[in-house]
Design a protein around this ligand. Structure first.
Ligand SMILES: [Zn+2]
Length: 349
C-alpha cells in the first residue's frame, strides 16, 4: 500500500497570520487605543452599558477587534460570570464563537459588501425584536456603517430610538462625516487613532521576539512607516517578510519587498537636484524606469529626504542616507525647505 502512504505527516503546517495568532484577548492588549479601552472597561465595570456604540477612525487600527471584545465582554459566561465582565475569559462557548464569528446572537454585517447591504435592513427589522437565543445580549456589529442604504439607516434609526433592552449595536466607520447625525447623536462615540510609527515598531519587535524571528530595528521601522498608522497592514507586510525569510528579516529585504528605492538612488537624485545637474537627474530617472521602480514612490522618497535634511539643520531627526548632513555645507536650510515645496510634489497629493 505504499501508494497510499500518509501524506498528512509531510504536509506543511498551515500558516496562521500574525493578526490572527496574536489577536488581543483583552481590552488591555489592544495596541494603541488605551483611552478607548479604559473608558469601555470602566463603563462595563460600573454596569453602564449603552445601546449603541459608534467606533470611528482609520482602517486597520482596532475597531473590529474592539467590537468583538465588547461583544465577548457583554456575553461571556466563563469563570461563573452571570453579568457583563471587563475581562472576558476567551474560553467559554460565547467567547470562542464570537472569536470565530459563529455566535448566533452576535451578528457581524459589513455594509461595504454588496451582498450584505441589501440584507441589512431585513436583518435589523426581522431579528432585533426577537429575544436572543442563548446570550445575554443580541449584538449587531455593523462595519463600514456609512455605506448603508437610506432604508437601512431608517430601520437602524427606528431601532436605536427605541432599542429593546437586550440589544446592543456596535457601529464602525472610517468616515464619520457620512454617518447621519440622527444616528451618531444617539450613539456613544469612540475615536480610534492611527497608531504611531513607534507603537507599531515596538509591537513588531515584540512579535518577532515571540516568534523567534530576527527582525532588524531598521526593518521594523520601515514596515511601520509604510503601514501609515494601520497596525493590520504592518502585520500583513511582516507576514510576507517572514514568508520570504529564513528566520531573519533585514531592511534590505523589506525595502525590496515594499518596492522602495535603494538609498543610493535617493542620494544621487537629491544631489542632482541640488547641483541642478540635469544630466545626472536624467540618468537617475532612466535607472528607475529600467528597474521598474515606481516613479511616484521616488517623488515621495525625494520629498521626505528634503524634509529630513532640513530637520538635520535644526539638529533633529536622522540622515535619510549616509552623508546627507554634508549637503547642508553646500546650501542653506532655507533652500532645502523650499525644495520640499517643489511643484512636482503636487503629484503626490
Ligand atoms: Zn468567556
Amino acid at each position: 500500500m505504499e501508494m497510499f502512504e500518509d501524506l498528512s505527516a509531510q504536509a506543511p503546517k498551515a500558516y496562521i497570520s500574525l493578526a490572527n495568532k496574536y489577536r488581543p484577548q483583552t481590552f488591555e492588549e489592544v495596541v494603541g487605543q488605551e483611552s478607548v479601552s479604559k473608558t469601555l472597561v470602566n463603563a462595563i465595570k460600573s454596569g453602564r452599558i449603552a445601546h449603541a456604540y459608534l467606533f470611528y477612525g482609520p482602517r486597520g487600527c482596532g475597531k473590529t477587534t474592539t467590537a468583538r471584545l465588547l461583544a465577548k465582554a457583554l456575553n461571556c459566561t466563563g469563570n461563573g460570570n452571570n453579568k457583563p465582565t471587563a475581562s472576558p475569559c476567551g474560553q467559554c462557548p460565547q467567547c470562542r464563537e464570537i472569536a470565530a464569528s459563529a455566535d448566533m446572537d452576535v451578528l457581524e454585517l459589513d455594509a461595504a459588501s454588496n451582498t450584505q447591504v441589501e440584507k441589512i435592513r431585513e436583518v435589523i427589522i426581522d431579528t432585533v425584536a426577537l429575544a436572543s437565543g442563548r446570550d445575554r445580549y443580541k449584538v449587531f456589529i455593523l462595519d463600514e456603517v456609512h455605506m448603508l442604504s437610506d432604508s437601512s439607516f431608517n430601520a437602524l434609526l427606528k431601532t436605536i430610538e427605541e432599542p429593546p433592552a437586550h440589544v446592543v449595536f456596535i457601529l464602525a466607520t472610517t468616515e464619520l462625516n457620512k454617518v447621519p447625525v440622527t444616528i451618531s447623536s444617539r450613539c456613544q462615540t469612540f475615536r480610534f487613532k492611527p497608531l504611531t510609527e513607534e507603537k507599531i515598531t515596538n509591537h513588531l519587535l515584540d512579535l518577532a521576539g515571540a516568534e523567534n524571528i530576527e527582525l532588524e530595528d531598521d526593518a521594523a521601522k520601515m514596515i511601520a512607516k509604510s503601514a501609515n498608522g494601520a497596525l493590520r497592514d504592518a502585520l500583513t507586510i511582516f507576514d510576507r517578510a517572514i514568508a520570504f525569510s529564513d528566520g531573519k528579516v533585514n531592511s534590505n529585504m523589506v525595502r525590496e519587498m515594499l518596492g522602495a528605492l535603494p538609498k543610493e538612488v535617493i542620494k544621487e537624485c537629491v544631489q542632482a537636484v541640488i547641483n541642478k545637474d540635469a544630466e545626472n537627474l536624467h540618468s537617475v530617472f532612466e535607472k528607475i524606469r529600467s528597474e521598474g521602480f515606481d516613479a511616484l514612490g521616488l517623488l515621495k522618497d525625494l520629498k521626505n529626504a528634503f524634509g529630513e535634511i532640513f530637520y538635520l539643520s535644526l539638529n533633529s531627526g536622522k540622515e535619510p542616507f549616509a552623508g546627507a548632513k554634508d549637503i547642508l555645507k553646500e546650501c542653506s536650510p532655507a533652500y532645502i525647505a523650499s525644495l520640499t515645496q517643489w511643484k512636482l510634489f503636487i503629484l503626490l497629493s
